[in-house]
Write a protein that binds this ligand. Sequence first.
Ligand code: ZN
Length: 289
Amino acid sequence: MAKTKTTFFCQNCGAQSSKWIGKCPSCGEWNTYVEEVVQREEKAGKWQSMGASGRERKPQPVTEITFDTDQRIHTHDAELNRVLGGGLVPGSVVLIGGEPGIGKSTLMLQVALNCKGIKVLYISGEESEQQIRMRAERIGIKNTDCYILTETSTQIIFQHLEELRPGMVIIDSIQTLHTDNIDSSAGSISQIKETAAEMQRFSKITNTPVFLIGHITKDGSLAGPKILEHMVDTVLNFEGDRNYGYRILRAAKNRFGSTSELGIYEMQDTGLREVSNPSEILYPSAMKM
Ligand SMILES: [Zn+2]
């Protein structure tokens, strides 16, 4: 049994300290430090052997390294492809942040259902299988390559990943994930950091793209997604007013493309419709003529 180790984390910005501090030196907030247990044993996931089927990791001349960005996955969502910089890069981790209820789950389930020919595993800690099935029925796309798993333990998730070997993974949401390597509760800073790091290692070693859905509250009180921004390859924000139909997808960070592209959607009963002609929002009356 390893010794219990704890660290203090600022719940606002994720800064850490070996002892409690009243004022965070990083973000300046007061009384934000909470002690979290970070005792961890290195239990290498079995999925690490999955990488061996691809290629062995050894030093190679820089000139012989191929660009995976040439083999981008086109997600059948033109808005998402554009915001990603021309499709999804294999082995990349994409964080989709937004307020609860804005439609992140709908967007990602729709992407999963549309990616025919790619085995997609949609892992949810937020909804039951039945709820997700109902949402899929509303979206109305049949895809037998889209798998649903309701699970929050990364150790169990990795067992399923090793068995199923999907070509794309969606986590809904990062705040529900839990790893045995750390004792603090799901949603705590140390859990979010560690589970995201585990998903990232899985993504890089197996070359599997991973979407992480992260909830952001209006007042920024949920620090989770913010502390992940430097860890992931791409950060997309899904924005809009819950009472109005339009949604905007924009990149706040993109290692594989620019951050100047926008994706526009309209929320409908059946899911999100891509708005390929933004002038219909600016001049709604023009569409009726
Ligand atoms: Zn702070």
